[in-house]
Design a protein around this ligand. Structure first.
Ligand code: HEM
Length: 331
C-alpha cells in the first residue's frame, strides 16, 4: 500500500478520485488496531462496496512456480525442495484504495500477490510491491500518516512528513524511476526480512526480489501521456497471448548488521550475495472472482520460511487484510 507525498499534493490540489472523506461519525482513533487502519484507509480513499480497502484496482492471473536446482540448499519449504511446477494464482494491482487508480501514475506502487499451491490442498503466499520500502515502520506511524492525509490540512501534512522522513522514502524511490511499461516489466520486492532454514537447520536471512527475466522496462514521461488510464489489462492480455511473463524469484542474502525489522529501510551500500531460487511464470488471466474469494496473506509462509519476529508492520498485516476481507464480503 502506498501513500506518497506527491499523491497527497495531488489529492489536495485536484480533488483526485481518492478525495479524502472526513472521519464522519467516528473519532480518529489513536490505537493502531486493524479496524482503525481500515477505517483510516477508507477515510483517505473512500469506502467502495465489495472492494479491497487497499490495492483495490487489480487483475487476477494464473501460472506456476518452478524451484531452481539450488533452492533446497537454502530452504526446506516444499515448493523449494520439490520438483514443480507448482500452480499459482496471482494478482497484479495498483497501490491505494481507488478502484480506478490510473496505471500511468508514477508515485504509486504496483503489487504482486501470489498463492502458490504446495500440494495436499495447501497454499503459501507472497505479497510484494514494486518498491523496496514501505511508507511506515510501525502501524501507529501508518495510522497517523493516513489520518493526517485524511484531514486535508496541508500544514499538518507537511509537518508529518518533516517529522517522519522515513515515510517519504517510498515516493522518492518511485519518482526516481519510470512508470513500468507493464505489470510484467516491474521488479517486485517483499520489503520485509524473511529467514530461510534448510534441511540441515542452516539459516539465512533474506529479502525477496521478483525480477522480470527481460529486465525492468519503463515508459518515458512522454510515452506515459499517450497511455489510457487502464492500459495494463489490454497490455497484459496481448503479452500473454504471445507467451508467459516470466520472473526470477531471487533471495538477496542479508549481511550481519542489516536492518531486519524496519520496512522503511532499504539494504544498500554493501555487496550482498543473491541466489535465484526459482522461476515464476504467469501464463494467463484468471477470473477476478478467484482472487477476490479470499485474501493473500503475507504471513502465510511454510516450514523453511519465517517472517520477521519483531517487525510490527509485518505483524499487523494479516489481521488488517482480514478486516478488509470481511468488510468486502458484506454488501
Ligand atoms: C500496516 C501496514 C499495511 C496495511 C494496513 C495494509 C493494508 C492492506 C489492505 C487492507 C489490503 C487489502 C486486503 C484484502 O482486502 O484482501 C492490502 C493489500 C495489499 N498490500 Fe498491504 N497493507 C500494509 C502493508 C503492506 C506492505 C508493507 C506491503 C508490501 C509488500 C503491502 C502490499 C500489499 C499488496 C501487494 C496488496 C494486494 C494484495 C491483493 O492483490 O489482494 N502492504 N493491504
Amino acid at each position: 500500500m502506498l501513500l506518497s507525498n506527491r499523491f497527497v499534493c495531488i489529492i489536495l490540489a485536484l480533488g483526485f478520485a481518492a478525495t479524502p472523506v472526513p472521519l464522519i461519525g467516528q473519532t480518529a482513533r489513536a490505537d493502531a488496531d486493524p479496524e482503525a487502519l481500515i477505517d483510516a484507509l477508507n477515510a483517505v480513499f473512500g469506502k467502495h462496496d465489495r472492494k479491497r480497502a487497499a490495492h483495490t484496482n487489480g487483475i487476477c492471473v494464473k501460472g506456476a512456480f518452478t524451484p531452481s536446482e539450488r533452492a533446497g540448499d537454502y530452504s526446506k519449504a516444499p515448493h523449494l525442495t520439490g520438483k514443480g511446477p507448482f500452480p499459482l494464482i496471482g494478482r497484479f494491482s495498483m497501490g491505494g484504495g481507488v478502484p480506478d487508480a490510473p496505471h500511468t501514475q508514477k508515485d504509486n506502487v504496483r503489487g504482486l500477490a501470489m498463492h502458490i499451491d504446495i500440494g495436499k490442498g495447501n497454499v503459501t503466499d507472497m505479497v510484494l510491491i514494486s518498491a523496496p520500502v514501505f511508507a511506515a515502520k510501525t502501524p501507529e506511524q501508518f495510522l497517523s500518516l493516513l489520518q493526517t492525509v485524511a484531514s486535508k490540512d496541508a500544514e499538518k501534512i507537511g509537518a508529518f512528513f518533516k517529522a517522519n522522513p522515513e515515510s517519504t522514502r517510498q515516493a522518492a524511490w518511485l519518482m526516481a524511476r519510470p512508470v513500468p511499461a507493464s505489470y510484467a516489466t516491474a521488479t517486485y520486492f517483499g520489503v520485509h526480512t524473511f529467514t530461510l532454514t534448510n534441511g540441515d537447520g542452516q539459516k539465512k536471512f533474506v529479502k525477496w526480489h521478483v525480477v522480470p527475466k527481460g529486465g525492468d522496462v519503463g515508459l518515458s514521461d512522454e510515452d506515459v501521456k499517450s497511455k489510457a488510464a487502464d492500459f495494463y489489462k489490454p497490455e497484459l492480455t496481448d503479452r500473454l497471448a504471445k507467451g508467459p511473463a516470466v520472473f526470477d524469484l531471487i533471495a538477496v542474502i542479508g549481511n550481519d548488521g542489516d536492518e531486519q525489522n524496519d520496512p522503511t529501510v532499504e539494504w544498500t551500500g554493501t555487496e550482498r550475495k543473491s541466489v535465484v531460487l526459482g522461476e515464476i511464470s504467469i501464463a494467463a488471466l484468471e477470473d477476478n472472482a478467484t482472487c477476490d474469494a479470499g485474501m493473500f496473506d503475507p504471513t502465510n509462509v511454510v516450514d523453511g520460511i519465517e517472517g520477521p519476529a519483531n517487525d510490527p508492520i509485518f505483524a499487523i498485516r494479516s489481521s488488517a487484510y482480514a478486516v478488509s476481507l470481511s468488510r468486502r464480503g458484506q454488501p
